[in-house]
Design a protein around this ligand. Structure first.
Ligand code: ADP
Ligand code: MG
Length: 688
C-alpha cells in the first residue's frame, strides 16, 4: 500500500486505535501531522565523555565496559535494583537501575555499551541511575538511542519518546515523495535552502549539528514564508477587490466641533483613512494605539467621513458595557453633527432589536454600535461603508469578516490596544498598512508604578483609605483562577480578597467581579463602579478590556507575577484616564528572576510598544500565537525572537512572489497555495 501525507497514522505499523488517541491529543492525525511534530529540543549523544572527566550533575554519554556481573537486589516488594560497575580507560562508574529487572539479563559483563544519563556522586564514586544503555555496535543508527543527536518530542500519556521516534522513522520512509513542501524551487535556490527530504530527515534524525541547522533554517523559512504569503494574499484579496470611493472631506470640519484639539497621531491616523477610502482601494487598516491614546476619536472621525459620503458605519465592541460606553462617547461626538446613532446589544428586547433592524435596513440610522449582536443574520444595512472593530484580539478573524460581509466590501478599521511588536506586525500587516497612534493626549499624568511585597499590606490599606477619602476609586486585581486549578497557598482569589478588604475598610463600599459570575451580574457591578457607587472593585482580569472610569486613581495588582507583561500594561491602562494623579501597585512575593524582570519593565516604562517587545522576548512567541490573541496560526519551528533575520528574508521573498503571482496560480506555486489555504482552515477550526 502506498501512503501519502494525508494517510491516517493508524496506517503505520504499531499504531492502533489506542496509540492513535494519544497522538490525537498532540494534534496528530495524519502522517503530515506526525512529520510536522517537531522535536522540542535535542540531546547531543554523539560525544563520549571519559568517565574521569564526567562532572557530577552533567548529563553525558560514556562508553564503558561492564566490569561486574549485574546483580539483582530486592529491597522490598515493588522495589528491585539492578547494580553493576562499568569502566573505561579513565575510571569506573556505579550504575543502578530501579525496577528494570530485565537489565540483569540484557546487560552482560565484559561487553561495551554506551550509557547516557546524569552523573551523580556517592562518596568519591561516580554513579548513574537508570541511564539509557545501548550496545556499542548498535549506536548511531537512526532508531538507536545513543551515538547520535536525539530528538526530544512533546509527549502525552500513552506515548514514549521511543514510540514517536519509531513512528517517525516509518512515516518518513512511507512517503518520501509526499513530504510537506511549500517552497517553489526558485526560492530554494535563491535563498540557499535545503530540500524538503533533507530537512525533514535531519530535523527528526540529525546527521550532525550542521545538518540540523540547515534543516531548521529551511523549515523556519518555510513556516514564515507560508504565513507571510497567506497574510499577504488576504491583504491582496481585499485591496484588489476595490473599495467604495468616498468623497474627500476635510477632517478639520469635524475637529472644530470637538472640546479639545486632536493629537498629531490622531490626525495622522485619520489622514491615513482619508487617503485609503478616497482612492478607491479597500481600506483594511489596523490601528495600533496604546491604551488611552484616543482611538475612539479617530473612529468617530472616520465614521463622520463615511457619513459625509452617504454611507453607514458599524462599530463592534467585545462586551455590552464597552458597547454602551462607546455608544455614549460616539453620540457625544457625532449627534451634534447630525448623525443618527443607534445601539444594538444582546440584552435588548426583541421588539427593540426589531426596531433597530428596520432602521438599519431603511437607512435611518447612520452608525450602529453594538456587540456580536451585529453579526446576527437578521441584521441588514442599507448602505454599509465602514466597519470598525474595537479591541480586535477579542474577536476571531472570521467574526470580523462576518460583519464585513454584511455590506458590499465595506472599509474596515481594526482598533487594537495590544501593540504588536514590529517583528510580528511585519508579517501580519506588512509595513505600510498599519496606523500607529503613538502619542497620548496632552496633560496626562503618567501612572506612577511601584513593585512591593505583601509586607506592605497595612500601608496599602492606609493609602486606599486616604484616596477614597479624597473621593477616588480603586481597582484591585487578582489573578484568574481556573476552575480546577489547585490553589497555591499564597494565591489570592478575588472573592476572598474582597471579604478581607471589606473587613479592613469597614465604612467603604467594596465589591467583587470575577469570571465565574454571569455576564449580567458582571455588567451590573461594573456599571455600579462606573457610576461611582463602589469605592473598591476587586476583580479578576475581566476589567482588562474595560470601561473608562476617570475617577479611578489606584490599581493594586495582587500576585502580579502571575500576569503577562502585555496584560499588566492593559490593566494599568484602566487608570490615569482622568485628571487625577494615579498609582499602580504591583504586589508580588515571587523570588523568580524572570518575574522580577517583568515587573521591573512595568516600573520603568509605560510605552506599550516597548512592553510588547519585552513581552515577546520574555515569554516567547508561543503565547502570542498560541493564545487566541491575534487569531493567527501557531508556529511549529519558528521563534520570532531569535529568527528575526529569517523572518525578514521570508517576508521579502513572499512579497516578491505575490507581486508576480498574486493568486499563486503558476504551476510551481500551487503547493504553496494549498499550504496557505490549509493554514487558515486549520486555524479557523482552532478558534471555533
Ligand atoms: P483608547 O485609545 O484607549 O480607546 P479613548 O478613545 O478611550 O482611548 O480616549 C481616552 C480618553 O482621552 C477619553 O476620555 C477621550 O475623551 C480623551 N481624548 C481623546 N483624544 C483626546 C485629545 N486629543 N485631547 C484630549 N483628550 C482626548
Ligand atoms: Mg478604547
Amino acid at each position: 500500500m502506498t501512503l501519502t501525507a494525508d494517510s491516517p497514522i493508524t496506517a503505520l505499523r504499531g499504531i492502533g486505535p489506542k496509540k492513535a488517541q494519544a497522538y490525537q491529543k498532540l494534534g496528530v492525525n495524519t502522517l503530515r501531522d506526525l512529520i510536522t511534530l517537531f522535536p522540542r529540543r535535542y540531546e547531543d549523544r554523539t560525544k563520549f565523555t571519559p568517565i574521569a572527566y564526567a562532572m557530577p550533575g552533567d548529563t553525558v554519554c560514556i562508553r564503558a565496559m561492564i566490569a561486574s556481573v549485574p546483580r539483582l537486589n530486592r529491597i522490598r516488594r515493588g522495589m528491585e535494583l539492578v547494580k553493576l560497575r562499568a569502566v573505561d580507560d579513565t575510571g569506573s562508574i556505579e550504575i543502578t537501575y530501579f525496577n528494570q529487572t530485565y537489565r540483569k539479563d540484557s546487560l552482560h559483563q565484559g561487553e561495551t555499551y554506551i550509557f547516557y544519563g546524569k552523573i551523580g556522586l556517592t562518596g568519591q564514586r561516580r554513579t548513574m541511575t537508570n541511564p539509557v544503555a545501548e550496545r556499542e555496535e548498535n549506536a548511531g543508527s537512526s532508531t538507536s538511542v545513543t551515538g547520535r543527536i536525539m530528538p526530544v518530542y512533546p509527549l502525552t500519556t500513552g506515548l514514549t519518546q521511543r514510540n514517536v521516534i519509531e513512528a517517525m522513522r516509518l512515516a518518513l520512509d512511507a512517503c518520501p515523495n509526499d513530504l510537506p513542501d511549500a517552497l517553489p524551487t526558485e526560492i530554494l535556490d535563491r535563498y540557499g535552502l535545503a530540500q524538503a527530504g533533507f530537512a525533514y530527515e535531519n530535523i527528526h534524525f540529525p546527521a550532525d549539528m550542521g545538518s540540523l541547522e540547515l534543516a531548521r533554517r529551511r523549515l523556519i523559512f518555510e513556516e514564515l514564508f507560508v504565513l507571510a504569503c497567506a497574510m499577504g494574499r488576504m491583504r491582496g484579496d481585499r485591496a484588489r477587490s476595490g473599495g467604495i470611493r468616498m468623497s474627500k472631506s476635510d477632517p478639520e470640519e469635524f475637529y472644530r466641533t470637538l472640546p479639545f484639539r486632536p493629537t498629531g497621531a490622531q490626525r495622522r491616523a485619520v489622514e491615513d483613512a482619508v487617503s485609503d477610502t478616497c482612492a478607491g482601494a479597500m481600506m483594511s487598516r489596523p490601528m495600533q494605539g496604546d491604551v488611552g491614546s484616543g482611538k475612539t476619536l479617530i473612529a468617530a472621525a472616520c465614521i463622520w467621513l463615511v457619513w459625509k459620503s452617504g454611507y453607514q458605519s458599524a462599530f463592534m465592541a467585545p462586551t455590552e458595557i464597552l458597547a454602551e460606553q462607546h455608544d455614549k462617547t460616539l453620540r457625544g461626538f457625532l449627534e451634534p453633527l447630525g448623525l443618527r446613532v443607534g445601539c444594538l446589544i444582546g440584552s435588548m428586547t426583541a421588539k427593540q432589536k426589531r426596531a433597530v433592524y428596520e432602521a438599519l435596513e431603511a437607512g435611518t440610522v447612520d452608525v450602529i454600535i453594538g456587540t456580536h449582536a451585529l453579526i446576527q443574520e437578521a441584521v441588514h444595512f442599507a448602505k454599509l461603508g465602514l466597519v470598525v472593530t474595537d479591541e480586535q484580539h477579542r474577536f476571531g478573524v472570521e467574526q470580523r469578516s462576518a460583519l464585513a460581509e454584511k455590506g458590499h466590501h465595506p472599509h474596515t478599521l481594526v482598533m487594537s490596544a495590544t501593540p504588536i511588536p514590529r517583528t510580528l506586525a511585519l508579517i501580519i500587516y506588512g509595513d505600510l498598512d498599519v496606523s500607529i497612534v503613538d502619542e497620548l493626549p496632552p496633560g496626562r499624568q503618567p501612572v506612577e508604578t511601584f513593585v512591593v511585597d505583601s509586607s506592605y499590606q497595612a500601608r496599602l490599606i492606609a493609602f486606599m483609605e486616604k484616596l477614597i477619602g479624597e473621593g477616588r476609586q480603586i481597582f484591585v486585581v487578582c489573578p484568574m483562577v481556573e476552575e480546577n486549578e489547585e490553589l497555591p497557598l499564597d494565591l489570592k482569589s478575588a472573592e476572598e480578597h474582597a471579604v478581607e478588604l471589606q473587613k479592613a475598610l469597614k465604612n467603604r463600599r467594596v465589591a467583587c467581579v470575577h469570571g465565574r459570575m454571569k455576564a449580567k451580574e458582571k455588567e451590573a457591578v461594573m456599571s455600579a463602579f462606573a457610576a461611582g457607587e463602589i469605592d473598591v472593585l476587586v476583580a479578576t482580569t475581566v476589567i482588562e478590556v474595560g470601561v473608562d472610569v476617570p475617577n479611578a486613581a489606584l490599581m493594586i495588582v495582587e500576585n502580579a507575577e502571575r500576569f503577562g507583561l502585555s496584560q499588566l500594561h492593559q490593566l494599568r491602562g484602566r487608570i490615569g484616564r482622568g485628571k487625577f494623579r494615579s498609582y499602580c501597585v504591583l504586589v508580588s512575593d515571587s523570588d523568580s528572576d524572570e518575574a522580577k524582570a517583568r515587573l521591573k519593565v512595568m516600573k520603568e516604562t509605560s510605552d506599550g510598544f516597548q512592553i510588547a517587545e519585552a513581552d515577546l522576548r520574555q515569554r516567547g512567541p508561543g503565547d502570542f500565537f498560541g493564545s487566541r490573541q491575534h487569531g493567527l496560526p501557531e508556529m511549529h519551528v519558528a521563534d520570532l525572537c531569535s529568527d528575526m533575520n529569517v523572518l525578514e528574508e521570508a517576508r521579502n521573498a513572499a512579497q516578491e512572489l505575490l507581486d508576480r503571482d498574486p493568486e499563486l496560480e503558476e504551476f510551481g506555486n500551487r503547493a504553496l497555495r494549498a499550504h496557505c489555504d490549509r493554514l487558515f482552515a486549520a486555524n479557523a477550526e482552532r478558534l471555533n
